[in-house]
Design a protein around this ligand. Sequence first.
Ligand code: ATP
Ligand code: MG
Length: 250
Amino acid sequence: MIELKNIRFTVATEDGGAQRTIIDNLSFTFEKGRFYAITGPNGGGKTTLAKLIMGINPITSGSVILDGKDVTSMSITDRAKAGIAYGFQSSARFKGTSFRDLLSIAAGTDDEGRLAQIIARVGICSMDFLDKPVDSKLSGGEIKKIELATIIARNPKLAIYDEPDTGIDLWTIGPMVELLKREQQDYGTTTLVVSHNRAFLEAADTLVLIKDGKVAYTGSFDNALPILTDLSVCGFGDTCEGASDVRCYR
Ligand SMILES: Nc1ncnc2c1ncn2[C@@H]1O[C@H](COP(=O)(O)OP(=O)(O)OP(=O)(O)O)[C@@H](O)[C@H]1O
Ligand SMILES: [Mg+2]
C-alpha cells in the first residue's frame, strides 16, 4: 500500500515570479495488490506524480508512506530496494549494455535457463532480444518491451509504468495488458499504469484521473466516461462531437 499525503510539487517559473504548482496538495491511497490506471489530459501531472512516488522528483511538501513506512526522504535507490520499480515514459538507452546485462541485474542472476524463464513469463519479447544492445538502434517499441521485462524480472511490490504502450504495436497491447494483470494477480503486485489507452483504463480495478495536479476522479472506468469525454482530451475536430461518443478516447 502506498499513501500520498498532501503532496505538493512546485517549480520556479522562468521569469523568477511566483512558483508554479504542478502537484497541488494531492492525497491518495493506492491499496496493496490493486491495479490502477492513471489518466488525464497532457500536462496534468501524471508523470510528475509517478516520479514523486519513485523519488525521481523531490516533493516540496507532504509525505509518501510505503506499507506504513515514511519513505519521503528516501533516495531512488533505497525506494527501489524497498520494492518500488519504475518504467519511464521515455525509456533510457545505454550504450554498450545489452538486454542480457539489464535482465541479469534485474533478476539477480545470469543463468541462461532462468533468463529464458523470465522471457517466457513476460511473453512480449523474444529470446532474440537477449543479446541486443540497449542503444539508439533499438526501435521505440523494442525498448519499451525490454524495460517492462526488466521491471517484471524484479518482482516489485509496487510497479509504476509511465505510458508502457508508447510505440507498442497494436498486436502487443492486449498481451501487455494481460501480462500486467497476471503479474498483479500472481504476485500481488500493486500496479500503477499511466496511460491514455482504453485497454489499460478498462483493465484497471480503479481509474484515477489527474488534472491540474489534483485527483479529479477516482472510480470505475464506466463511471468515468462522461468525465473523460467532457475533458475533450480525446481527439481533434469532428471525432469528438457529441458528449457520448468516447471512441475518440483511443
Ligand atoms: N521539473 C519541472 N520543471 C518545470 N516544469 C515541470 C517540471 N516537471 C513537470 N513540469 C510541468 O508540469 C506539467 C505536468 O507535467 P507532466 O509531465 O507530469 O504531465 P503529464 O500529465 O505526464 O502529461 P503527458 O500526458 O503529456 O505525459 C507540465 O506542464 C510540465 O511542463
Ligand atoms: Mg507524462
